[in-house]
Design a protein. Structure first.
Length: 241
């Protein structure tokens, strides 16, 4: 038993070490990303543009991995404070961010807002990571034969709900049952940490996550919901106004 315990302590220590390294790598990576962006904006547009595009994509992949590791190790080094904010605004922000790349690949990604003003309470950056993970998975899923990714924000039973649907291949039973298993991936270059991280963040915010067949588009449908907060994003109590 004691041996088990010390093994677990050792594992936890490795996790903290990994998180510490992840945190230290993230800062220089951010500055490299910034300078690449500057070079792209200022430099002449020749064949090197394609190289920069690859560099940028790979940096974003590294950033994503580091962020996932930091969440999973429960590494608390965030200067972010919880706040009240409109979930719809974040969903639209993520869709706008992914739109150029999606369009280049012939995929239509759009956002439907049925609850534009609904607010939730929590770490905005983290919840953005949730939406980004789900949208990226959807875009990766449709790359074979699909054409659409639909994001919808609505309010239901005191919760603000975001659905991310695609018309990709959907979720066969063996995939569906392993979605949240660490390192489970069906992709050549996947980490298998995205959905686990997503679930962790959602549950840290007293929310729920579910995965199903999309009734609308026929591919996968991921649904995340967070308790609606009673406050507007300016901190004013809705009941007061
Ligand atoms: P990764 O994206 O690195 O593979 P994730 O945890 O994000 O890791 O996803 C795990 C697996 O879940 C994916 O490899 C894929 O098989 C499946 N999956 C996730 N989202 C979708 C989707 N929208 N459509 C089909 N399969 C999906
Ligand atoms: Mg993923």
């Amino acid at each position: 038993f004691e041996e088990e315990l010390s093994k677990r302590d050792a594992l936890a220590a490795v996790g903290q070490l990994a998180a510490g390294i992840a945190h230290e790598i993230r800062n220089p990576l951010t500055s490299v990303k910034g300078f690449i962006q500057l070079i792209r904006e200022r430099g002449s547009v020749d064949e090197t543009g394609a190289y920069f595009s690859v560099i940028q994509t790979e940096i974003e992949r590294m950033e994503g991995l580091l962020n996932d590791v930091l969440v999973l190790a429960r590494f608390r080094h965030d200067s972010h404070m919880p706040e009240h904010f409109q979930l719809a605004e974040e969903a639209c922000g993520v869709v706008r961010l992914l739109e150029p790349e999606a369009n280049r690949r012939g995929i239509a990604i759009y956002c439907e807002l049925l609850a534009a003003d609904s607010t939730v309470y929590g770490l905005k950056q983290r919840i953005r990571q949730v939406l980004l993970n789900l949208c990226k998975n959807a875009l990766e899923a449709v790359s074979d034969n699909g054409t659409k990714v639909a994001v919808c924000v609505l309010e239901k039973d005191g919760h603000v709900v975001v659905t991310v649907e695609d018309d990709g291949p959907g979720l066969p039973p063996e995939v569906q049952s392993s979605l949240f298993t660490p390192f489970f991936t069906t992709k050549q270059d996947g980490t298998g940490l995205g959905l686990l991280t997503t679930k962790r963040i959602v549950e840290d915010h007293q929310g729920h996550i579910a995965a199903d067949q999309s009734p609308l588009l026929g591919g996968a449908c991921f649904t995340v919901s967070f308790p609606a907060s009673r406050f507007k994003s300016n901190g004013q109590n809705v009941a007061d106004s």
